[in-house]
Design a protein around this ligand. Structure first.
Ligand code: TXA
Ligand code: MG
Length: 320
């Protein structure tokens, strides 16, 4: 990578980043593509903060950043395509989607409730230094508010999020566009999900590249990894019907006796986001006839929660 980057940060700053990650806080992280808004990928609440701060109206799954192939293998069911690609392009701007290793230590929110994981080992020397010291995966979408351009300098990130976010200054990103994302879950070949500096031609030299239509996943909904419970989901529930379990929000629960998990009894939307996928999964058992979901305010990260709940309830058929 570019020799113009600062090649490392001193131990004092390194400690600061590690302690922020370890305590579930966010850090503006330089990578060779764009700056990331980063958090511990194993901490649901930390990941929920990413969505809150970004004002993302949807929970798209996040890229999990790792220091090495060895760490990636802890999170994914590795395969031959992944091995070939990672050996050639890691560390670097290639993100590889693979089946998640189950049970996973990763935040279900970072995976948006799905059963695949997107992994990338950044080449930026400071990102690599910090990831190596941290040891675990770091979730990091581009450090911009939803709908705005991705930041390529520390200054951009500060402009976007203000002084409350700790930003590591790693200089100007030399790639400047987000990583190439490929799906490596098929034996036949890989599917390009997002183009980037690592081009189709470069990929084709070492692995077969197939079109999405050649695969069994044809719906964009599945590409986006939607979690659909196997029992009916009823939204805006003010009562709980016989046999239903309740996914609650806030302190004022409907009368009666029923199985219940509360997304946030304090009505905190960030806490609710952190619990959403894990609780949906726990309530999704054949012993319940359905899941009744209390109304969630459609503001801030509540918009993303409602987007996912609508999909879970099958009330959205297209991907927004
Ligand atoms: O260069 C980059 O990739 C930057 C830096 C910070 O690493 N990150 C980035 O993240 O662009 P984000 O969240 O803005 O984009 C992640 C992309 C999205 O298009 C998302 O849908 C896709 O990766 N993605 C993540 N997990 C996925 C999965 N399990 N299956 C399919 N696509 C996935
Ligand atoms: Mg982005």
């Amino acid at each position: 990578m570019s020799a113009t980057y600062p090649q490392s940060i001193d131990s004092e700053h390194e400690e600061q980043v590690l302690s922020l990650w370890n305590s579930g806080e966010l850090v503006g992280l330089p990578t060779e593509t764009v700056y990331g808004l980063s958090a511990d990928a194993q901490n649901d609440l930390a990941v929920a903060k990413i969505y809150s701060v970004k004002s993302r109206p949807q929970f798209n799954p996040l890229i999990i950043h790792v220091a090495s192939i060895d760490v990636a293998k802890k999170y994914a069911r590795w395969n031959a395509h992944a091995e070939t690609l990672a050996r050639k392009f890691w560390p670097g701007p290639l993100t590889i989607v693979l089946p998640t290793e189950e049970p996973t230590a990763l935040s279900t929110l970072a995976l948006a409730g799905g059963n695949t994981v997107a992994l990338r080992a950044p080449a930026h020397p400071i990102a690599h230094q910090l990831l190596k010291k941290f040891g675990r995966g770091i979730a990091a979408p581009s450090a911009n508010k939803s709908g705005r351009v991705s930041p390529t300098t520390a200054e951009h990130v500060r402009e976007e999020f203000g002084d409350t976010l700790y930003v590591v200054d790693g200089g100007a990103c030399d790639v400047g566009i987000e990583s190439t994302v490929i799906d490596a879950t098929y034996e036949k070949g890989i599917v390009i999900l997002r183009s980037g500096i690592i081009t189709r031609a470069m990929l084709e030299k070492i692995v077969p590249v197939i079109d999405a239509v050649e695969t069994t996943i044809k719906s964009p909904g599945m590409l986006l990894n939607h979690y659909a419970p196997s029992i009916p989901v009823r939204l805006d529930a003010k009562t709980v019907e016989a046999g239903e379990a309740l996914l609650a929000f806030g302190a004022n629960l409907p009368a009666g006796t029923y199985p219940v998990l509360n997304l946030s009894s304090a009505a905190d939307l960030t806490e609710a986001a952190a619990n959403l996928f894990a609780y949906l999964r726990r309530l999704d058992t054949p012993s319940h006839r359905g899941i009744a979901v209390m109304p969630i305010p459609n503001e801030g990260v509540g918009e993303a929660i409602n987007d996912r709940l609508c999909r879970a309830a099958n009330q959205v058929t297209t991907v927004g």
